[in-house]
Design a protein around this ligand. Structure first.
Ligand code: GLC
Length: 728
């Protein structure tokens, strides 16, 4: 009783604690000193599919985790993936994170984290398993839709406020998948060969920002290997870098089934083991959890003196810290509230990217009488699917429903135009609130679509990918960069009779668009979640002026990219049959490849149009020569007729360096909202770290004296103003 009283008083104290004197550490010492070995072992591995034990005797609660980055997954059975078929665990489905990244709006990221965190709080979760910030190294990666693009500066600076917002509810983020989990092909065992410079300049920075600026309380160790060691057993990544160089005090939670041995996990830096398939006999039975690698087998080695107690105590300390940090702080949780749907809609409208708008065909005119909507993605729900990020949403407004709601007086005709086939069943909650079965053969679908477009004021084609395996889905990569299900031919056939066709692409990753020159408008619409149809129609009607910018490059063809060989992607098997992938392209990922090598692309990184226009003035630097910080300022004017927002991007170019460097690298971005005719000055301040490259030999960041350029762009390929300065 006394202990619980102490614990309760402490929680009160924490509620009004100050940052500096953190009573949590005192409480951890107090609890740790009283824990038995069995209690210590119990808290560092799962007790069910998504929970781990607390210390009941000392009043320490258990820990509940749940997917995912854009909504709280429905409850599964105690120790199986199957759905628990509960009726109170629907959620708000937020836009997938590529949409958030495309907003380039830090405040929106914070709102997103805070909002989805309130749903996790309502569902009594301590840890929300997200955000995902692995780098979009290839457009084929099945999980790009869950991540935040190809540039570590953008990904990190959008993830950090999301983490802050989420954790303001005392719900921990679990930033994933640390690290270099940039493809799904052979993800469970593939060994990633990447040099230190690329590791430090491309694949780690977003995690470092999420940890050091976002304050993430937990990180998920990824399935793959690095330097031939599973990441969950990898002291270099988990101890040397994450907990050492970055001074991180959080808990490493393994991906589900990412721990494969006791010594490796014990010494490698994993603090909390989840999802392990143990020795087979005891899998999915109550005893299974005792067979976890950090359970009885670990205890035996500790008692035999084969492993040091200090590693166990460090794990327990970190897990206790995670439990204590995620105790209710008086904030309320909410589920499927009007506010959350409004947040969803706002995130969606701000992330949508207008890629082409010939003759200003968009926004659509309100007086439209007949609108023809084509394409399966106009009706296909996308919230179920994608695997672990799949959700049971209370609401999913389809693009077609959204368009109908926005044009109540128009005749809105729908034709499917293409068919993706029967959906592969999801994990038990693929409930059939939608019937998208189809009898007509492809030729008939096209024939019916062509017949429908006669006399239409607008023809919209809503296509792209979906959340099926092999599309935008965890566990497998796409086999082709092309749109699936014969969409290209259908789009071309319709554009031939309706060159004013408006193509709306729903995907979480780049796709080929051979028809780009034959359609009048192109909108990148992402997976927008519960408010999909409303967010999309808000932009199509001009109710919201689009302000999204691409978080990754759309190459014209896959072969234009930096991954030229099998060993670069998807990887090859070595003489022992182990899968190996080699990041031979080094730091030349995404625009660092296309822009530096001047490879023409379909749409560049950072690109996005508006219904208005912006003029960039001349950028000014705070000094001609610097030793450390430097500031830049530039006036931006809305020269059009409607209010809008512009994402002003700062790229840095090292004019002369002793090593090969990309032509430019993103080191700042600011989103500015402007009324027609209004001018605002946008400011950036950067330090030497923004000028540095990572010198792998010296294992340190180096900023070489000499000339640099600050390039201010509306995209990486559209530099509007630049200024030179010298680093002394
Ligand atoms: C999955 C995913 C991870 C998810 C976890 C729990 O395999 O890799 O992102 O959070 O397992 O579902």
């Amino acid at each position: 009783m006394k202990k619980i009283l102490v614990f309760a008083c402490l929680m009160l104290a924490i509620g009004c604690s100050h940052q500096e004197s953190d009573p949590i550490e005192t409480e951890i010492d107090e609890i740790l000193s009283q824990m038995t070995l069995d209690e210590k072992i119990a808290v560092i591995h799962a007790q069910s599919k998504f929970s781990s034990r607390g210390v009941p005797r000392l009043g320490v609660p258990e820990l509940w985790c749940m997917d995912g980055p854009h909504g709280v997954r429905p409850e599964t059975l105690w120790d199986a993936w199957a759905s628990a078929q509960q009726t109170n665990d629907s959620c708000t489905a937020y836009p997938a994170l590529t949409c958030l990244a495309a907003s380039w709006d830090r405040d929106l990221a914070k709102l997103y984290g805070q909002s989805v965190g309130e749903e996790a709080l309502y569902r009594r979760k301590n840890v929300l398993l997200g955000p995902g910030i692995d780098i979009a190294r290839t457009p084929l990666c099945g999980r790009n839709f869950e991540y935040m693009g190809e540039d570590p500066y953008l990904a990190g600076h959008m993830a950090a406020p999301y983490v802050q917002g989420l954790q303001s509810n005392n719900v921990a983020a679990c930033v994933k998948h640390y690290a270099v989990n940039d493809q799904e092909f052979q993800r469970l065992t593939i060994n990633v060969n990447v040099d230190d410079r690329a590791l430090y300049e491309i694949y780690l920075p977003a995690f470092k920002t999420a940890v050091q600026e976002g304050g993430a309380w937990s990180i998920m160790s990824s399935y793959n290997k690095y330097q031939n060691k599973f990441v969950s057993h990898n002291p270099r990544l988990l101890k040397e870098i994450l907990k050492g160089e970055w001074g991180w005090d959080g808990a490493v939670i393994s991906d589900w089934g990412a721990v494969h041995e006791t010594v490796g996990a014990a010494e490698g830096g994993t603090d909390l083991e989840f999802g392990s398939y143990t020795d087979g006999e005891s899998r999915n039975t109550p005893a299974a959890y005792d067979h976890y690698f950090l359970a009885q087998p670990y205890k035996e080695k500790l008692l035999a003196g084969e492993l040091p107690m200090k590693d166990l105590d460090d794990k327990v300390r970190r897990v206790l810290r995670l439990i204590l940090r995620t105790q209710p702080n008086g904030k309320k949780g909410y589920l499927c509230s009007d506010q959350h749907y409004a947040d969803c809609r706002k995130i969606g409208t701000e992330g949508i990217v207008l890629l082409k708008n010939k003759d200003g065909i968009l926004p659509m005119k309100a007086k439209a009488k007949r609108i023809v909507v084509l394409g399966e993605n106009a009706i296909r729900p996308m919230i179920v699917g994608g695997s672990s990020s799949s959700l049971k949403a209370q609401r999913e407004i389809s693009p077609l429903d959204g368009i109908r709601a926005a044009f109540p007086d128009a005749e809105v005709v729908y034709e499917r135009a293409y068919y993706s086939g029967e959906p592969t069943p999801g994990r038990g909650y693929n409930y059939s609130f939608y019937d998208i079965s189809e009898e007509r053969p492809a030729a008939k679908l096209l024939e019916d679509a062509l017949a429908a477009v006669e006399g239409a004021d607008y023809v919209l084609f809503i296509g792209g990918l979906n959340k099926q395996k092999g599309q935008d889905c965890e566990g497998r990569d796409r086999e082709s960069y092309d749109l699936p299900y014969g969409q290209n031919e259908v789009i071309e056939a319709i554009a031939a009779v309706r060159p004013d066709l408006i193509y709306i692409n729903i995907s979480g990753t780049p796709v080929a668009m051979p028809f780009a020159g034959d359609v009048a408008a192109i909108v990148q619409a992402w997976y927008l979640g519960s408010e999909t149809g409303n967010a999309l129609s808000d932009v199509l009607t001009g109710k919201v002026n689009p302000s999204g910018k691409l978080p990754f490059t759309f190459p014209i063809a896959l072969e234009d990219g930096p991954l030229k060989t099998e060993r670069q992607y998807p990887g090859i098997q070595d003489e022992d049959g182990n899968w190996q992938v080699y990041y031979d392209e080094g730091i030349y990922v995404g625009y660092r490849w296309y822009d530096t090598r001047q490879v023409p692309v379909l749409f560049p990184f950072g690109y996005g149009l508006s219904y208005t226009t912006f003029k960039y003035g001349q950028v000014k630097a705070s000094a001609k020569a610097i030793k450390d910080d430097i500031s830049f300022s530039i006036p931006i004017t809305n020269t059009g007729k409607v209010a809008g927002a512009e994402v002003v991007q700062l790229y840095i170019q090292d004019v002369k360096s002793s090593v090969d460097r990309p032509l430019k690298e993103l080191k700042g971005f600011e989103k500015v909202w402007l009324q027609p005719g209004e001018t605002k000055t946008v400011r950036f301040t950067i330090g030497k770290d923004a000028l540095s490259f990572f010198d792998a030999e010296r294992h340190e960041w180096v900023a070489e004296p000499g000339e640099f350029k600050a390039l201010i762009g509306a995209s990486v390929a559209d530099i509007r103003s630049e200024v030179s300065f010298e680093l002394k």
